[in-house]
Every structure is written in C-alpha cells, then in structure tokens.
Design a protein around this ligand. Structure first.
Ligand code: ARG
Length: 461
C-alpha cells in the first residue's frame, strides 16, 4: 500500500528495508512535545491570518490536545510506516478529528517543521544543562570555601611543582564550567530563531505571520532566509561543540579524581555511593563513576565529529542526510547531562585527606621557587641567578637525601654566603601558599574570597 501521507504518485509502498533505513520515528518521537507545541502555534497563526477557518482550528487544537495526552500516557502507537513524529502526529489527528486535520499542513513542510522542533528541543536541553552546570559549580565552590586552607601539591607535567590549596584547585574547575555555561548561553542566543514558515525551502504563498509563531514559541525572531532556515544545523553543531568541550573538562577532572583516590596518592576519599568493589579483590574501592565520566567525553566528541562529517559538502537546502543529526545529538546531550549529575554527586561526597596532601606538597622541593624569590627580594639577585643558586641548593639537598627546609644554614651558605636565617621562613608550604596573594593566586584568603564571590554569583542565576 502506498504511503497515505505522500503516496499519491506511488503505486506501491516502500520495501521493508527502505522503511528501516528511512523511518526516524524510533528516535524522533523524543520531541513529540515540541512537535505538538509548534503545530499549535502554526494552527493559531493560520486561523489568525484567515488561512484556515476558526472551526477547523478549534478542532485541530482540541485534537492535538488529545494526541499530546495519548503520547504522555503511553497510549499512542508509533508507526514506522508513518516515518517520523510529524506524520505520526498528523495521522492520529486525522483519525480523531477527520478531514480538518489535513488543513494543518497548509503553508508548512516537514522541513521547516523538523528544524523548528529540533531547535526547541535543543533549546530546552541547553536550559537544563545550564542549570546542571550551575549546580555543579555551586557544589565545587562550597567545597572550595570549606577547604580554602588545605594544602596540596600543585603539579606541572604531573611532577610536584609548587604548593597550592585544594580550594584553589577546585575553583579552577569552577572557572572552566563557567565558560562552558557561557558557551551554551551563547549558542542558545544564536539558535533561538524560528524556521517555521520557511516551508519546504522557498517560503509560502499563503499570507503567514512568521513573527507570530516565532513569538508564541519563545523564539526571538523569525529566521530571515527560508533556504537557510531549513538547511542550517550549525545550531546543533555549536551546542555539541560546547558539550564536547565541557565533557573534556569533566574528563580531566575525572582523571584527577582517579589519580587522587589511588593508594599511592591517597588525596581524597570518594564515597561508597560513587565507587564499586571488586568481585575478587575484597580490599578494592574502584572509582568507576569517575572512570566512566573520563571515558564519556569520547562519545560526546564523537557525536560532534559525526555531525560535522554529515553536514560537510551537503548542498542546500534540505537533504535526508540531515535526519542523521538527531541520534548522536540526543546521545551526546543525555551523556553530558548524566556526567554532570554524577560529577556533582561525587564532588559533594568527596573528602580530602589533608595529611596526605600536605605531606605530598612538602615533597619534591616544592618551595624552591619561594627560595629563589627570597634571594631576589632579600639579596637583590637577578631572578636568573637566583634560579641557578636555588638549583645548586636543590642538588645539595638531593645529595644529602633531605628536603630544602632541612638543610642547615651552613650548608646553604656553602652555596651562597649571604643567605641568612630568615630564608627558613619561606621554605614551609604554609608560608608558600600564604604568600601567593597576587590576583588569581592560591593564598587561602584569595581562595575564600573567590569562593564566596562565586557563591554570590550563583545565587543570582
Ligand atoms: N524525519 C525527517 C528528518 O528528521 C523530517 C523531514 C523530512 N523531510 C523530507 N523532505 N523528507 O529530517
């Protein structure tokens, strides 16, 4: 049997395989709410402009209401023969209200319909992700305020570099997630334009009011060019790019949690809620949630790359290739949402092991820079020379098998005779972090202030 929605010129129906490759209903039913919302707006506009009769519009709106509740209650039977959500909804509407249903598709096409639905869906998703990011930032800022004075080693090349505070390290992620959030906000601004009324690609001869539907659907304006309106998918690409960057940030953080929770580091304890045991080794506490978040970035980045490849070289306007825009995006945005939620839970529960962190911070000559700075400040040495002198002191300490603060004054003076007792005041890790008061530096006072600032910012979101 030929397709009842578009089968006029067809003698037979599609091959079963054709249906399998062609139908999108299995996944695009996900935006049933947006599809019906957009149809409602379109219907009201058609009636307002006298394109359809008010009685028909009433029937259509009532029928759409019923379709919406059937879907919400799980009573709707989605059909592959009807390809996608647009035709599934319209066909059911026809069953409910009869002929009037056929007037709904006046002055529109599935091309502007799908573009509209998808923009609405992505917009809703972005709003949710932004809330989740704010929640994660809040949890991190609270932890940072709580642990503003906890000293840990700061690393470069994963080698102990200089002491920092745990709070400062956490606030670095708050900054990253804040940028992720603003990238999403930015993408949202650009995507919030209405394609509806572009019809198949050329616009329509009916006297539609595109601003009216745009307004009703919460869009800022109608898209200016009908060809662009049905062809553009950069709004998804942009959100996926922001999502991929955010997933990358989560992955870096997850990797740190994995490292920090090893017996070798022992910097943090993750809660039972976000770790698992081993079926053979009773002593194990595996950071599975963190490992999975570390890995999930792959899926999100994959979805971005996949859609870029789908879109590259695609001529204007709509091509069925573009139906491939959905599954990857759904999966990537779901994945990111889950990762954000899990990360927030893990951070809320995580407890630092202050002794282990502090001990590690004191290792590896981590206050060597403080020593060099002292030589510059107190002996007026050029920094390059101070660097060299400090290097020799580090070598001496290494030779003696001690840390820098454990060298005697005589030993220090054997390298640089002008060094005084005062030098020891800068070699402790507490002094080191407390002295980093430059804007953006790790001093506990800075960290406390910055954490409070973030908590205040986040209160207004
Ligand atoms: N299911 C289609 C999609 O997701 C809807 C648009 C179909 N348009 C068409 N001309 N066949 O892209």
């Amino acid at each position: 049997m030929a397709n009842r929605m578009w089968g006029g010129r067809f003698a037979s129906g599609p091959d079963e395989l054709m249906e399998e490759i062609n139908a999108s209903i299995d996944f695009d039913q996900r935006f049933h709410r947006q599809d019906i919302e957009a149809s409602r707006a379109h219907c009201r506009m058609l009636a307002a402009r006298g394109i359809i009769a008010p009685e028909d519009a009433e029937k259509i709106l009532a029928g759409l209401e019923q379709v919406a509740s059937e879907i919400a209650e799980g009573k709707f039977t989605f059909s592959r023969a009807l390809e996608d959500i647009h035709m599934n909804v319209e066909a059911r509407l026809a069953e409910i209200i009869g002929d009037a249903a056929g007037r709904l598709h006046t002055a529109r096409s599935r091309n502007d319909q799908v573009a509209t639905d998808f923009r609405l869906y992505v917009r809703d998703t972005v709003d949710h992700l932004m809330e989740q990011l704010a929640a994660l930032m809040r949890t991190l800022a609270e932890k940072a305020a709580q642990h503003a004075e906890v000293i840990m080693p700061g690393f470069t090349h994963l080698q102990v570099a200089q002491p920092v505070t745990f709070g400062h390290h956490l606030l670095a992620y708050v900054e990253m997630f804040a940028r992720d959030r603003s990238r999403l906000a930015d993408a949202r601004k650009r995507l919030n334009e209405s394609p509806l009324g572009a019809a198949a690609l050329a616009g329509t001869s009916f006297p539609v009011d595109r601003e009216m539907t745009a307004r009703e659907l919460g869009f800022d304006q109608a898209m200016r060019n009908s060809i662009d309106a049905v062809s553009a998918r950069d709004f998804v690409l942009e959100v996926l790019a922001a999502a991929a960057i955010c997933a990358t940030h989560l992955s870096r953080f997850a990797e740190e949690l994995v490292i920090w929770s090893t017996a070798q580091f022992d910097f943090i304890r993750l809660s039972d809620r976000f770790t698992t045991g081993s079926s053979i080794m009773p002593q194990k506490r595996n950071p599975d949630a963190a490992e999975l978040i570390r890995a999930k970035a792959g899926r999100v980045i994959g979805a971005l790359v996949a859609l870029m490849v789908v879109m590259k070289g695609l001529p204007l306007a709509y091509s069925k290739d573009m139906q491939e825009d959905k599954e990857g995006a759904f999966d990537a945005l779901d994945t990111l949402s889950l990762a954000l939620e899990v990360m927030r839970g893990m951070v809320a529960d995580m407890e630092p092991n202050e002794e282990a962190m502090r001990a590690a911070a004191a290792q590896g000559f981590s206050t060597a820079t403080d020593l060099a700075d002292w030589l510059v400040r107190e002996l007026n040495m050029p920094f390059r020379q101070a660097h060299h002198v400090t290097g020799r002191l580090v070598a001496l300490a290494e030779e003696k098998g001690v840390d820098l603060p454990d060298l005697t004054l005589e030993e220090m003076r054997s390298v640089e005779p002008r060094i005084s007792e005062d030098v020891f005041s800068v070699l402790g890790v507490e002094n080191s972090v407390a002295s980093r008061t430059s804007f953006g530096g790790t001093a506990p006072d800075n960290v406390r202030r910055m954490a409070e600032w973030w908590l205040q910012e986040l209160r207004d979101i």
